[in-house]
Design a binder for this molecule. Structure first.
Ligand SMILES: *[C@@H]1O[C@H](CO)[C@@H](O)[C@H](O)[C@H]1NC(C)=O
Ligand SMILES: *[C@@H]1O[C@H](CO)[C@@H](O)[C@H](O)[C@H]1NC(C)=O
Length: 392
């Protein structure tokens, strides 16, 4: 390298350093021994980064950091661009009672402009799942591992989130969130460990990610709009689900959701819309499921508007959620049961504008079946199983 080039590199380096303030959590007392509670150190590094007038970077070096509980609040931040660069692993307490009754383990709240690159968030929840799976009534409900709440302009890339007590990642009340190259994992028998739950949010995208859990890979709650999901490998788990919706009478709808290029492997459901059989003013509209591969999936395409476990709290009125304009395009592969398409819509609010285009699902090299109730729409291209929609 010529002296000239070196001079330039130094110049670029020093100007980067001048424009970004760097905060290393170890300088705030974080210990990478996996045993010392580093919550305060992380929060102090956050407070310093947040108080900066410039873009700021929080560095988490290699190692294991025990975090009891941390709420990173951005309400008073001066910095409009905080980056967390994580090489290490954040560990939740393995004694589930420490945070089992909290709502969150790690939470970002009222943050505007945050990027998280790399790192592992580990909920260490094996003991809690064992407690829950043993039908012990005294287990705590469990907490969500990583929450983004009332926050905007968030990027999370190359991050692993695993073994959460409950939901792994929650996006609630947020606008403009990009999750990409995320790896989410919990065992197939871990209860209620939804991979990513999105609600009351708009402009969220989830791309190129791998999700395996004991519940939905991605679940979509009331008040979600402009959601883009692309390039996901899902399994084990319960698939990608819009819902459960319609528990409440007054509920915000779900609209403009795209789910494309997803492979489901051995999941209970593929693409699902699920609503309680209860009165509600909510809705689901403008949804596209496209280029989906099913590998041994129990219910590849399913709308279930009669959700009512234990037949309790559903006053026989059907679901009030109105489902319309849902398109299934290029869905192929294998079903683990004979009924590969099940559209069980509300008697009080039938589904309308359902489109099935090029669906090719087989079961043990045999024909599959479709079952429709109160479902209207149209089909085109290949239809295996044979169409059962009422003409719209
Ligand atoms: C639907 O959502 C996508 C992002 O997922 C957005 O680009 C598009 O503009 C939205 N369409 C409408 C009609 O809002
Ligand atoms: C439908 O899928 C079966 C099994 O995967 C495959 O053998 C067949 O060629 C497909 N049909 C069309 C028309 O793509």
């Amino acid at each position: 390298m010529s002296p000239f080039a070196i001079f330039f590199l130094l110049l670029i380096n020093s100007s980067l350093a001048a424009n970004t303030n760097i905060y290393n959590v170890q300088n705030y007392g974080a210990k990478s021994d996996g045993k010392t509670d580093s919550s305060k150190a992380f929060l102090n590094a956050w407070a310093a980064a947040c108080a900066s007038n410039k873009p700021s970077t929080i560095n988490v070096p290699i190692g294991k950091y025990l975090i009891h509980n941390a709420n990173f609040n951005g309400q008073t931040c001066k910095s409009k661009a905080i980056t967390m660069h994580i090489d290490g692993t954040l560990l939740a307490p393995s004694d589930y009672n420490v945070i089992g009754n909290e709502e969150n383990w790690i939470k970002f709240e009222k943050v505007n402009g945050l990027s998280i690159y790399g790192g592992t968030f580990d909920g260490q929840a094996a003991a809690l799942w064992a407690c829950k799976n043993s039908n012990n009534k005294n287990c705590p409900d469990g907490t969500t591992a990583l929450t983004f709440y009332n926050s905007n302009n968030i990027i999370m890339s190359g991050v692993k989130v695993q073994n959460s007590q409950k939901f792994q990642i929650l996006v609630d009340g947020c606008h403009n969130v990009k999750l990409q190259g995320v790896k989410v994992s919990a065992p197939g028998n871990s209860p209620n460990t939804d991979g990513i739950h999105v609600k009351s949010s708009s402009g969220v995208s989830i791309m190129k990610s791998q999700i395996g859990t004991g519940d939905d890979c991605i679940s979509i709650g009331p008040g979600t709009s402009n959601l883009w999901i692309e390039g996901i490998a899902c399994g084990p788990g319960h698939g990608i689900s819009i819902g459960s919706l319609g528990w409440k009478q007054q509920e915000l709808g779900v609209q403009n959701v795209t789910v494309k290029t997803v492979t489901f492997s051995g999941t209970t459901n593929g693409v699902r819309v699920k609503t309680w059989a209860r009165p509600s003013n909510g809705f689901v509209r403008n949804v596209l499921f496209q280029h989906i591969v099913m590998v041994n999936v129990k219910n590849p395409i399913i709308i279930d508007q009669n959700y009512c476990p234990n037949h309790q709290s559903c006053p026989h009125k059907g679901s009030g959620i109105k489902i319309s304009d849902v398109t299934y395009q290029d869905i192929h592969g294998t079903s683990a049961t004979e009924v590969a398409v099940k559209l069980d819509c509300s008697k009080s609010n039938p589904c309308s504008g359902i489109t099935l285009e090029d669906v090719n699902l087989s079961y043990q090299n045999q024909q599959t079946e479709a079952s429709c109730v109160n479902a209207r729409g149209r089909v085109s291209g290949l239809q295996k199983p044979t169409n059962c929609l009422l003409k719209s």
